[in-house]
Design a protein around this ligand. Structure first.
Ligand SMILES: [Zn+2]
Length: 440
C-alpha cells in the first residue's frame, strides 16, 4: 500500500522536532528541554531526598544525574487496579567524549583534542563536519559533596575532524578503516604566540561560563554536529538530522504526556541515559531508577508493596527506540518480506531470541492502539543471518515485571551523525502515544 501525501500539520510537527533537537545538544540539555515542555503544562519537580505526598490527577517529574528524567501524571483510580502506562526512551546518542587530559599539540602548530568514542557512531560520517562541544561542567561548590553543575554548549562551530586527502589514501573508496584513537581526534586551534601554552580548553570554558579556570573541577563534554537538521525531499517528506535516535521518541513522548489529561491510570514517561553503551549506569534502564520511582508513587499514596506488585500486573510499557527502514541502495540487507518504509508508520520490532520484548500479545496491544489513533503500523524482524541491535525494553524487563512492546519510527543511517526519518511518522507516533496515555 502507498502512503498518503504529506500535510502541513505533519511538516510543522517535524519542524518542532528539529527545534527540540537543536536546543538539546547533549543528554543534559535534552533533560532541560523536556523539563521546559513539562513545566509549561504545570508539571512540578519532586526532590528525591524528600518524602513525597502526591495528589491524584497532579503532574510531577524527577531527574537523575541531570541526564535522565521520569515524569508522571498520578492516576485518579486505585493504583493497584489501574497500574501504569509507561513510555520508555533514551536521551543519549553516539558521540565522542572529551578525555581528562585533552590537549594534544601537533608539531608545535596545531592543537587537537583527545576524545573517546561514546556508543557506536558511524565514524566516517563525523569527518569534515563543523562540530560543537556540549555537556556539563562541574564547578567547586560550598562543600566537596555539593559541586555546582552548569550546562555548556559552544554557540558556534569549534572543531573539525579532517579527512585524509584521497591522494594520500588512494584506497579510501574501497572501504575506509578508521582508528578511534588516531583518526578521530578533532582539531581545535592553531598554536600561535598569543595562545597560552596549557589549559586552553579549560580557559575557554571558564571564559564562556564567567568563572575562574581553577573553579572547574571536571566536565562531561561531547562533540556534536553544529548544523541544524532540515526537512528534505521533493515534497519535504523526510527529516535529515542528527540524533533522531532517540530524541524523536523523547520529543513525541514528552509532547503526548504534556498534553495528556489525567485518567484512572498513572501515565509515565521515562527518559533514560546511557542506552548507547549498555544502560548499566545509575541513570540507565538497567538501574533501579524506574522501579524505585514507580514504587514511591504507590507509597506516596499510602499503598504498600503488595499494591505495587499488583499495579505492575495492570501496567504496560512501550519501549520506544528507533527502527530500521528499507534502504534504497541495500534492499538485500533486510528480511525478504517484512520491510518497513519511511512514512509507513511506527514499527513494531520483533526478535525470536528476545533482543526485543515484543510478543504476539503486546504487539496486538500496540496494533490496536495504532488502529484507534488512525495510524498505520509496520513490523520489523532482522534478516535471519543478521544479528541486529537491542534496546531499553529487554533491559527494563529484567527489573520490572510488566508487559512490554518494542517499537520505534523507521529511519535510515542509524548512528550516522545525520540520520534520515519520515515526516509523517513523527506525528503518527505522537498520536499513538497520546492514545496510549488516554486509553484505560
Ligand atoms: Zn536508540
Amino acid at each position: 500500500m502507498r502512503t498518503s501525501g504529506i500535510t502541513t500539520e505533519e511538516q510543522q510537527f517535524a519542524q518542532e522536532l528539529l527545534n527540540f533537537i537543536d536546543e538539546s545538544p547533549s543528554s543534559f540539555h535534552v533533560v532541560e528541554s523536556v523539563k521546559k515542555m513539562l513545566v509549561l503544562q504545570g508539571f512540578e519537580e519532586l526532590s528525591v531526598q524528600e518524602k513525597w505526598s502526591l495528589i491524584s490527577g497532579r503532574k510531577y517529574f524527577v531527574t537523575r544525574n541531570n541526564s535522565a528524567l521520569i515524569a508522571f501524571i498520578v492516576g485518579e483510580g486505585e493504583p493497584d487496579l489501574y497500574g501504569f502506562h509507561i513510555i520508555g526512551t533514551h536521551t543519549d546518542s553516539p558521540s565522542f567524549r572529551v578525555k581528562p587530559l585533552s590537549e594534544i599539540p601537533v608539531e608545535g602548530h596545531y592543537l587537537k583534542l583527545n576524545v573517546e568514542t561514546y556508543g557506536g557512531p558511524i565514524l566516517n560520517t563525523w569527518l569534515d563536519r563543523p562540530l560543537s562541544l556540549a555537556g556539563r561542567i562541574v564547578l567547586r561548590g560550598e562543600s566537596p559533596f555539593t559541586p555546582q553543575i552548569k550546562l555548556f554548549r559552544s554557540e558556534r562551530p569549534l572543531l573539525v575532524i579532517p579527512n585524509l586527502a584521497i591522494h594520500m589514501n588512494r584506497k579510501v573508496n574501497d572501504g575506509l578503516e578508521l582508528n578511534k584513537q588516531k583518526d578521530m581526534l578533532p582539531l581545535l586551534a592553531q598554536i600561535t604566540e598569543d595562545l597560552q601554552k596549557e589549559g586552553i580548553l579549560i580557559h575557554h570554558l571558564a571564559e564562556t561560563l564567567g568563572c575562574l579556570p581553577e573553579d572547574i573541577l571536571d566536565f562531561d563534554l561531547f562533540l556534536q554536529e553544529y548544523e541544524k537538521g532540515c526537512l528534505i525531499g521533493l515534497k519535504k517528506e523526510f527529516i535529515s538530522s542528527g540524533r533522531l535516535d532517540d530524541l524523536a521518541m523523547v520529543h513525541a513522548g514528552t509532547w503526548a504526556l504534556a498534553k495528556a489529561m489525567p485518567t484512572l491510570t498513572t501515565q509515565v514517561l521515562a527518559c533514560f541515559d546511557h542506552e548507547e553503551c549498555g544502560s548499566t549506569s545509575k541513570q540507565g534502564a538497567a538501574s533501579p531508577f524506574l522501579a524505585h520511582i514507580l514504587e514511591r508513587i504507590l507509597l506516596a499514596q499510602k499503598k504498600d508493596r503488595e499494591s505495587y506488585f499488583q499495579a505492575l500486573v495492570h501496567s504496560f510499557l512501550i519501549s520506544a527506540d528507533m527502527a530500521h527502514a528499507l534502504h534504497p541502495n541495500a534492499g538485500e540487507k533486510h528480511d525478504p518480506v517484512n520491510r518497513p518504509i519511511l512514512n509507513g508508520g511506527p514499527v513494531i520490532k520483533i526478535s525470536a531470541n528476545q533482543s526485543y520484548t515484543t510478543d504476539a500479545e503486546s504487539a496486538a496491544v500496540f496494533t490496536a492502539l495504532c488502529q484507534r489513533a488512525g495510524v498505520p503500523c509496520q513490523k520489523f524482524v532482522n534478516r535471519s543471518d543478521e544479528r541486529g541491535g537491542s534496546t531499553i525494553g529487554p533491559i527494563s524487563s529484567t527489573h520490572l515485571d510488566i508487559r512490554s512492546v518494542d517499537i520505534g519510527n523507521p529511519i535510515l543511517a542509524m548512528h550516522s551523525v545525520r540520520e534520515l526519518g519520515g515526516v509523517k511518522d513523527h506525528l503518527a507516533i505522537a498520536k499513538v502515544f497520546s492514545t496510549f496515555y488516554e486509553t484505560v
